[in-house]
Ligand binder design. Structure first.
Ligand code: SF4
Ligand code: SF4
Length: 134
């Protein structure tokens, strides 16, 4: 399976019409003082940006605008760009909140859990694999 497909599986689910994405609020990264949250000053504009070293979220954020937003309604969340790390406080955002119908029925309840493919993720395994003859 290609890397792009794996990453899409880790960041979004389209198995029913609810359309769910794994997202993270950069405010949670700042609150937990994550060492992977970097900042730098752009030498040309003098603007300070922040981002995630591991590119769990891929966007670089203008720190002044972020702080302004946090003092108002909050900056909000960004869609993950790859699997989260064990300490990333991601959540699941639903694109559609409609009356429940068959086409909106969740068939992937583990999507809210930490993905098996993430660094540090536990791989699910089938005990029968060890019993099958070669
Ligand atoms: S590793 Fe996770 S918690 Fe740390 S900055 Fe990146 S997204 Fe945020
Ligand atoms: S509700 Fe469940 S099955 Fe539907 S998109 Fe979200 S995680 Fe996937």
């Amino acid at each position: 399976m290609g890397r792009t497909v794996r990453r899409a599986e880790a960041t979004e689910c389209r198995q029913c019409l609810t359309y769910c994405d794994r997202v993270i609020a950069p405010a949670t990264c700042a609150q937990q003082q994550c060492p992977s949250l970097y900042t730098y000053d752009d030498p040309l504009s003098g603007t300070r940006y922040m981002g995630c070293t591991h590119k769990v979220f891929a966007t670089e954020i203008d720190v002044a605008l972020f702080e302004q937003a946090e003092q108002a309604k909050g900056f909000g969340s960004l869609k993950l760009a790859r699997e989260p790390l064990a300490h990333c406080r991601f959540s699941v955002e639903r694109a559609h909140e409609r009356p429940r119908g068959e086409e909106f029925h969740c068939v992937n309840r583990r999507f809210a859990d930490f993905p098996d493919t993430g660094p540090g993720g536990l791989k699910a395994f089938d005990l029968r694999d060890g019993l099958r003859s070669e």
